[in-house]
Design a protein around this ligand. Sequence first.
Ligand code: ZN
Length: 147
Amino acid sequence: MNSDQSDFEGSCHCGTVRFRVRLSDGLNTARRCSCSYCRMRGAVAVTAVHEDFHLIAGEEALTLYEFNTHTAKHYFCSKCGVYTHHKRRSNPAQLGVNAACLAGVSPFDFREVPVNDGVNHPSDRAGEAGSGILGVLTFVPGDEGAR
Ligand SMILES: [Zn+2]
């Protein structure tokens, strides 16, 4: 995995939703988030701006999920259920894109993934812009024989 690669094609599991994206800082923006939704979803997200995300197919299959302030827009495929991307609450100009949907990328390629403090959301703290990092999730590969 080349973490500086920025141009990717991506799709959901069943292939109905397909997109092309240019990431803002390659795969270096990989994050997880501790908010009530993301902690269940469990995906690693990378960052792009709206203009650099292009749906190629499957717009009609995308389902939108919103909660709480309805600022964040979480999209997933209505056929296979896989999360593809979301409009960020912390910065609505940005999209989070499911790293696991990108061609050639596995979420387990990221040995360490910072976890955003999504419970204490920046938008809930008046006058604070910070992006708090709670900690880092580490993936420790086993040896091949153990699989
Ligand atoms: Zn699908």
